[in-house]
Design a protein around this ligand. Sequence first.
Ligand SMILES: C[S@@+](CC[C@H](N)C(=O)[O-])C[C@H]1O[C@@H](n2cnc3c(N)ncnc32)[C@H](O)[C@@H]1O
Length: 394
Amino acid sequence: MAALDPGEKHTLFTSWARSQGIEINGVAPAQFVDRGMGIVAAKDLKKGDCLVHVPTHALISVAQDSIYKMTFPTKVSVHARIATYFSLLSQEKESPYSLWQDVWPSEEDFRDIMPIYWAKELQELLPPAAKTMLSTQKSNLEKDYQTIHPLCPTITRSTFTYHWITTNTRVFYWLYPNLPAHSPRLPKKSRANLTADDCYAMCPFMDYFNHASTGCIPTSDAKGYSVHADRDYKAGEEVCVTYGPHSNDFLLVEYGFILVANECDSVPLDHLVVPRLSAAQVETLKGDGFYGNYTLSPDSTPPVCHRTHGVARLLTLPERRYSAFVGGTDEGSADQGKVDAFLVGLLVEFEREIIEILDEVEGQGEKAEVLVRRWKQVQGIVRRGVKRLSGEIV
Ligand SMILES: C[S@@+](CC[C@H](N)C(=O)[O-])C[C@H]1O[C@@H](n2cnc3c(N)ncnc32)[C@H](O)[C@@H]1O
């Protein structure tokens, strides 16, 4: 349920956004109980209506004068440059973006929801996939802080962390379509060399949109970033965009929330499979491109991915049967019963572990509420996997 009058600071920011040329049509910011701010339809909307357009000159990217002129050494990531820019602005009396910065979640808000801010013992209770993602996130942040600290010693670790996480949770993918392919303003000086980590832009007002697995799909071109309605909306309904086809472990670590129903959800099985492999089997799998990323998806057919079928064959059958399967000369249906029985065994073992972990997580009280919900989802996915693989349900 949204509060339609979100308060003065949001009204002031919205007026400022309009003064920057940002078009806002029939939508407004609103406060929600469980997700901070979001966007609601301020009137009935029609599919295809342009709801928000942020012109290129209003985006904040490393190609924009104010960051480009900071002349960072090339080793400084795009993420770090943007976080540094906003960290430095936060130290100034007057910031050109103060009205925008005023409507961002506070560090206190992040402490509750973002796993990177949680106590170590709570982080230890994350599902394995989320734990791996958190570890990568922590080392990226640390690397960025260590490169920035000598260059900008006035930025404290906590200020940098806050702006790095703010950037992480609010950034849009921007391929610099307004710049020539070899512009010196491109982070790698040639469009062909860009990776996803180079393509960051902060978009004022657009960053109010919350995520849904089915929602509006933001689009960009040389003129800027836009959101069009993906369907008709009634006045008062929340309008979401989709951040991408992400699992709930990813959403939890990168954005601090999980969806109740997430059609893109899955449970990686690497922590169950990899410890069972001998060094020789690891080499074989690497050589065949079948090492790691073993995934259980509750609703796909079959419920585990092709890679998992491959590794399960290596672990249960003579190697030639595995080779025939990964080489594509045998689709492996004759061995399917044996392979499925092996997978069911793995999942039943995981289910036992989950019951113990849930006991521990439930003992952590209110601060672990999202973890309890996530582990129950994982339990549901694993149970469904067992039933489908054992033929109890289709
Ligand atoms: C781009 S911001 C969206 C605006 C944000 N809610 C705010 O208060 O400013 C992304 C953040 O919004 C929250 N969020 C987005 N979608 C959500 C959802 N479906 N459920 C709960 N929180 C969500 C998460 O905290 C996420 O890190």
